[in-house]
Design a protein. Structure first.
Length: 99
């Protein structure tokens, strides 16, 4: 059996979600968004001690992983939890931590 066959799709997805969650700012953003329906990126900028460009990088990482989704409402962007992927991530981590 080759090494490529050892890694499952479930492991790849879990690792991708874990990587996206691997920074305290991103964990904060996920916590905020999971407790409300949506949030504008400008609102987060006011709460966090980071510049807007840095926040944008963190939001991009979360969005690329599929944990959040953004909707442009010019001139702002509204972010929400991607509920389907959020639930999938929760289930993957629950399964992983049962080992």
């Amino acid at each position: 059996m080759s090494k490529k066959e050892i890694i499952t799709e479930q492991q790849k997805k879990t690792a991708r979600y874990a990587k996206a969650m691997g920074h305290p700012i991103r964990m904060y953003v996920l916590e905020v968004l999971s407790n409300q329906s949506c949030c504008y990126s400008g609102d987060l900028t006011e709460e966090l001690p980071i510049v807007k460009s840095t926040l944008s990088q963190h939001l991009k990482e979360l969005k690329d992983a599929g944990l959040i989704q953004g909707e442009i409402e010019a001139p702002r962007i509204k972010y929400c939890i991607n509920k389907e992927n959020w639930n999938e991530a929760q289930n993957l981590f629950k399964t992983f931590f049962k080992f």
